[in-house]
Write a protein that binds this ligand. Structure first.
Ligand code: 13P
Length: 339
């Protein structure tokens, strides 16, 4: 394992003022998002929408890396330059989603286990050759009546750790993503408990598998009440509880935490991160973003409008969200900047 390379990449991914764009929606998910805004889904429409984002002027000042799906890492920009090369040329690290999706967990109705370990070493080797320098694997944990089960927590933590070890062996920084879903009517305290459990189990498994923590990143959910819960907490409470949970359960030699947005509004995702970075304490890790929807929602809507200039308006919408989140990295975002 090349620890020096892994640490260098991980630190660059969470360098000041920058974070990650998650553009690794599977073909199924991306197609649904395109169809929802009235665009026919195809390999070409997915390429066209995404490469337009990757052509945005100056976005590299607030985006350090882009997570790609297998289809996209093999596609090219309009001028024929392969996507991973176009990103690297701007100083943006290409990343790759390497799990093959969350499938039903046997004997555990409503719960999922993320698959993709078979052949992972060979796939990582190929992605590294194509220019990828980091990877992502997402486990999903659902809160419900009697859920999550300990089977769901332990199997997903085990898979995350095995994935992380293989990536590191192949020179890719693993983004370890155990996502506790916002679906449900649970309160924020329940989200805290479950997040604590999965983080604890995941880092215990990482230790067993010999994962080099200074060469990895964590992509967690924030501590938020379920979408259908009547007692939502304030933005300040989200920030406080999230930092408290992470401080207690995440190793302090991890270089960075890059949050997912998970269905939060664009502005909430920015405001929460901003508040965490505004606290008068020094966190042991960088607190950054790896947002999918919260960076792209407006850009996708604009691109799909089909009006003349929608390509450039879409790039502007993306650049704006990237800039706002870049400011939130140092607690310098304000609501007034959104206008
Ligand atoms: P969201 O920010 O839309 O949750 O996506 C991040 C991601 O990559 C989920 O795996």
């Amino acid at each position: 394992m090349d620890k020096e390379l892994l640490e260098k990449t991980a630190n660059e991914l969470v360098s000041p003022g920058r974070g990650i764009l998650a553009a690794d929606e599977s073909n199924g998910t991306m197609s649904k998002r395109l169809e929802a805004v009235g665009v026919d889904a195809s390999a070409e429409s997915r390429r066209s929408y995404r490469t337009n984002l990757f052509s945005t002027d100056g976005y590299e000042s607030s985006i350090s890396g882009v997570i790609l799906f297998d289809e996209t890492i093999r596609q090219s920009m309009d001028d024929g330059i392969p996507v991973p090369n176009a990103l690297s040329d701007r100083g943006v690290h290409p990343g790759i989603k390497v799990d093959t999706g969350a499938k039903e967990l046997a004997h555990h109705e409503g719960e999922k286990i993320t698959e993709g370990l078979d052949g992972l070493r060979e796939r990582c080797e190929e992605y590294f050759e194509m220019g990828a320098r980091f990877a992502k694997w997402r486990a999903v944990i659902k809160i419900g009546d009697g859920l999550p089960s300990s089977a769901c927590l332990t199997t997903n933590a085990h898979a995350l750790a095995r994935y992380a070890a293989i990536c590191q062996e192949q020179g890719l920084v693993p983004i370890i993503e155990p996502e506790v879903l916002m679906e449900g009517d649970h309160d924020a305290n329940r989200c805290y408990e479950v997040t604590a459990d999965i983080l604890d189990e995941t880092f215990a498994q990482c230790k067993l598998q010999g994962v080099h923590i200074p060469g990895a990143l964590l992509k967690p959910n924030m501590i938020i009440a379920g979408k259908d819960c009547d007692s939502q907490i304030s933005r300040e409470e989200v920030a406080r509880m999230t930092v408290e949970c992470l401080t207690a359960y995440v190793p302090h030699d991890l270089p960075g935490i890059v949050f997912l947005s998970g269905g939060q509004s664009d502005e909430d995702a920015t405001a929460h991160l901003n508040l965490m970075n505004q606290m008068g304490v020094e966190h042991p890790w960088q607190l950054s973003y790896s947002y999918g929807r919260a960076l792209q929602a407006e850009a996708l809507r604009t691109w799909a409008s089909g009006e003349s200039g929608s390509d450039s308006s879409s790039r502007e919408a993306f650049a704006h969200r990237a800039r706002m989140n870049g400011l939130a990295r140092s607690g310098e975002w304000e609501e007034g900047l959104e206008a």
